[in-house]
Design a protein around this ligand. Sequence first.
Ligand SMILES: Cc1cc2nc3c(=O)[nH]c(=O)nc-3n(C[C@H](O)[C@H](O)[C@H](O)COP(=O)(O)OP(=O)(O)OC[C@H]3O[C@@H](n4cnc5c(N)ncnc54)[C@H](O)[C@@H]3O)c2cc1C
Length: 320
Amino acid sequence: MAGIWIFAEKIGQALELLEAGQTLIAAGMSGELAAFSWPGGPDPEVLGTGGAAEVLLLPPLAEDQPLEAYGPAILAEARQAGPDLLLFSATARGKDLAARIAGGLDAGLCSGCTALRWDSESETLEMERLLYGGAAVHRIAALAFPILAAVPPGTFRPGAGNPDRKPRTRHLPAPPLSSVRVLERKPKERQGLDVAASKIVVCAGRGFDKREDLALARDLADALGGALACTRPISEEMHWLPEDLCIGLSGIQVKPDLYIGIGVSGQVQHLTGIRGAKVVCAVNRDDQAPIFAAADLGIVGDLYAVLPRLLQALKETASP
Ligand SMILES: Cc1cc2nc3c(=O)[nH]c(=O)nc-3n(C[C@H](O)[C@H](O)[C@H](O)COP(=O)(O)OP(=O)(O)OC[C@H]3O[C@@H](n4cnc5c(N)ncnc54)[C@H](O)[C@@H]3O)c2cc1C
C-alpha cells in the first residue's frame, strides 16, 4: 500500500501535516492519508475530519512506558504496509521516533523539513530544509521510497477540515515493553499565551539588561493581547524564559500578523523563525542591527525609553 502516514503528538500538529499530505495527494502523489492515534493522543474523529482516510489505533501504554515505546509497532506496520512517506511532527519525541523508524526501514529522513512538493512529471517528492544555521536552503529530491520527514510544528497551516468525513480505523498490536522506564511525569508550566498560535508576538532579546526588565515586554504583549517570546540567549543562556518560547532555527516557527522584536539583533538563525510573520516591527538602539533589514517598521532607540512610551500610548488609545 502506498500512501502518507502521519504521526503527531498534538492534534493541531497532526492537522498541519494532514493538510500538507492532502496537498501532495492533490498534486498527484498516489495513495491515501493515514494518521496514528493512541489513548491521550490526537482524537481519531478529528484526524478523520482533518483528512485521514484511515486512523491507525495504537493500544494504551503502561504508565511507566514512554511514547517512544510505540516505535517498534509503527516500524512493524510500516514494513508490512509500505507507505511511501511518513511525516512526523518534529517535537523532541517525534524527531526521536522518526530517526529510529528511518533506521529500521533503511530509509532517508529529511529532518527540519520546511517544504514538501510533489512533482507529478518526474514522480519525485521534493523537500526543503535549512542549512548553515538558516543561511541556505537545502533542496532534496526523494528518488526512492519510503522516505520520512520531520516537520517543525507551525510549518504548515491546518486546513478547514470536513465534518462529514468519517475515517476507517484499524487496531495495531501492542509494542514490546521498552527498556526505558518513565519514573515521574510533571506537567510543564505554561506562561501566558501559546506563542505558535498567537496573532501578535512580542519577542524579547539580549537588549534587556535584567530578567526583571522583561516585565516591560510582557506588559506590551498583554496590552496588545499577544504572546511573549524570546531569542535563544534569553532562554538557553540566561534562563530568563523557558526554552519553548524561543523563536528560530532551534526553537519554534511563528506566523503571526504582527511580530515585535525588542532588543533583538536579527541574526539569521532567529529570523528563520519569523519568515511567516505578516508585519515585522523592531526596536533596537543600533540603527545597523540586521533586524532592520527584515523589518517593515523600525524604531531606533533605547528600549528602556521606547517601551514605556509605547505602553503609555496604548493605554491612552484604550481609554475612552
Ligand atoms: C546553530 C545555531 C542555532 C541557533 N538558533 C537560534 C534560534 O533558534 N533562535 C535565536 O534567537 N537564536 C539562535 N541562535 C543564536 C543566534 O545566532 C543569535 O546569537 C541570537 O539570535 C542573538 O540573540 P539576541 O538578538 O537576543 O542577542 P544579540 O545578538 O546580543 O542582540 C542584542 C541586540 O539588542 C540591542 N540592544 C542592546 N541594548 C539595547 C537597548 N537598551 N535598547 C534597544 N536595543 C538594545 C543591540 O543593539 C543588539 O542588536 C542560533 C545560533 C546557532 C549557531
